[in-house]
Design a protein around this ligand. Structure first.
Ligand SMILES: CC(C)(COP(=O)(O)OP(=O)(O)OC[C@H]1O[C@@H](n2cnc3c(N)ncnc32)[C@H](O)[C@@H]1OP(=O)(O)O)[C@@H](O)C(=O)NCCC(=O)NCCS
Length: 217
């Protein structure tokens, strides 16, 4: 199994909505997604795609430089690009303000959870933040959403406030989480280590998938 990150396309919206409905109690509409995709000056969305084996155009390992996930971006942000043959298994987006990249949404497909997809998407979003000159990543998360909080804590997000009754479906509070300066040497060092671990994990899964496919039933 091989996962890679690409900009979200308009043709991805139906599949994104399918995952969205399985992941959130108040899903965004298709219209909202299309509006977001058509406003690249203040918002950016990416998807994680799945392939049984590494696609031929990704056979070369990207140079291990700072933004190795950005190297995986096959195309730039052209939301009306033709549909991709590779299934969407995760997605996420950011809103940009002066020096902040605010994560608006992030999810992985329920059947693909626990394989590093959410972490890969988060890395893609951090890369976007860096590329666009943001200094901080921010987000809101339900106080009860321990799985997502674990992912964010791993990447240096800290809870720095609460928004009372932020979620209107059940009046749940939101934790407001922030990173330190994502361009700082300290954060970059942490990111580099986490990315090496993630790359190893994804490579092992890819190799296991290839070995399983060779094995007779
Ligand atoms: C949150 C979410 C995106 C995580 O995606 P995922 O693909 O399952 O996660 P990954 O396999 O990449 O795991 C990354 C990290 O998440 C945390 N995590 C994942 N599954 C976990 C679990 N079952 N229990 C606790 N922590 C977990 C861990 O920190 C993990 O790192 P580790 O493997 O080193 O322990 C996914 O669970 C999801 O889509 N949830 C529903 C939507 C949602 O809540 N989005 C967040 C809104 S703020």
């Amino acid at each position: 199994m091989y996962f890679f990150i690409e900009p979200m396309r308009e043709s991805d919206v139906p599949r994104v909505q399918e995952i969205e409905r399985q992941s959130f109690t108040t899903p965004w509409s298709a219209t909202t997604y299309l509006r977001e995709l058509r406003s690249p000056e203040h918002s950016r969305y990416i998807v994680a795609r799945y392939s049984h084996a590494r696609p031929a155009d990704q056979l070369h390992e990207p140079e291990p430089r700072r933004n190795w996930i950005t190297n995986l971006l096959l195309s730039r942000f052209n939301a009306s690009a033709p549909p991709s043959p590779y299934t969407v298994v995760g997605y996420g987006g950011i809103w940009l303000t002066v020096d902040e990249a605010h994560i608006t949404t992030i999810a992985s497909a329920p059947e693909m959870r626990g394989y590093g997809v959410g972490e890969l998407v988060l890395n893609g979003l951090i890369d976007l933040g860096l590329e666009l000159g943001a200094r901080f990543m921010t987000l809101e998360v339900r106080v009860s959403n321990v799985v997502a909080q674990n992912l964010y804590l791993k990447y240096g997000f800290e809870a720095r406030g609460t928004r009372k009754r932020y979620y209107t479906d059940n009046n749940e509070d939101a934790l407001v989480m922030w990173t330190d300066d994502i361009a700082s040497p300290e954060y970059q060092g942490r990111l580099r280590q986490l990315r090496m671990l993630l790359a190893d994990r994804l490579r092992r899964q890819e190799e296991k998938g290839a070995a399983d496919a060779q094995r007779p039933n």
